[in-house]
Design a binder for this molecule. Structure first.
Ligand SMILES: O=c1ccn([C@@H]2O[C@H](COP(=O)(O)O)[C@@H](O)[C@H]2O)c(=O)[nH]1
Length: 234
């Protein structure tokens, strides 16, 4: 298996994004490009970052009517993302449309409950389930709609992995012990998330906001070596 760390390159500055990617690339398995980067740089920016030679995770969290999402996924196909996100709350038909439009080599993963939300936040938008139950419900929907996996927090990943053998479990909201949580509410350390069944670890600020991003990425990658879940060769 390859290194499970996908570093979140969250900046609108193309030059800064390229420099970060070059600095951390020996210590990560892929680059995650999200809304901030895509809004500023578009498909050409993604193509420029692809030149680093690492798999690209396009985290656009698509959420619209099925026709629109299907066509958006098709339009993104030339960028050859390894992973693409949609919102599970978009519903079954939207998830099916996304999967149908994706290239065979692209994993479509459905965001369940954002890691920046807790139970009170869910209640405020009318969701009376706690995050664990809501993740389970949306994971079952994503699976039955043909998605390849889900995005959830480290708090839910063990239960999700047990219910969905062979699924891809993307876990953001990761913080090495003692690091600043920022806007994240459901957090875990990278090694604990891996131990609990995460397939891909999304890590942004603990790497990109560090004084030495390459050293931060190296240290996190080294911390994973204690995990029994890290297959040989990672
Ligand atoms: O539930 C989610 C889904 C996606 N994200 C994204 O992951 C990174 C996390 O960045 P940090 O700096 O490590 O907090 C960011 O790009 C989010 O858009 C998430 O955090 N939670």
């Amino acid at each position: 298996m390859t290194n499970p760390i996908y570093v979140a390159i969250d900046t609108p500055e193309l030059g800064q994004a390229k420099a970060l990617a070059a600095a951390v690339s020996p210590h990560v398995g892929g680059l995650k490009l999200g809304l901030e980067f895509f809004a500023a740089n578009g498909p050409a920016g993604v193509a420029a970052l692809s030149a680093a030679g690492l798999p690209i995770f396009l985290d656009l969290k698509l959420h619209d009517i099925p026709n629109t999402v299907g066509k958006a996924v098709a339009a993104l196909a030339p960028l050859a993302p390894a992973v693409l996100t949609v919102h599970a709350a978009g519903g079954r038909a939207m998830l099916e449309a996304a999967k149908a439009a994706a290239s065979p080599g692209c994993k479509v993963v459905a965001v369940t409950v954002l890691t920046s939300l807790d139970g009170d936040d869910l209640a405020a938008i009318g969701v009376t389930s706690d995050p664990a139950d809501q993740v389970e419900r949306l994971a079952d929907l994503a699976r039955s709609a043909g998605c390849d996996g889900i995005v959830c927090s480290g708090e839910e990943v063990a239960a999700a992995a047990e219910r969905w053998p062979g699924g891809t479990f993307v876990v953001p909201g990761l913080r090495p012990s003692g690091s600043d949580l920022g806007d994240q509410k459901r957090v875990l350390t990278p090694v604990d998330a891996l131990d609990r069944g995460a397939s891909l670890l999304v890590i942004g600020r603990p790497i990109t906001a560090a004084a030495d991003p390459a050293e931060a990425a190296r240290a996190i990658a080294a911390s994973l070596l204690s995990s029994a879940a890290l297959p040989a060769g990672a």
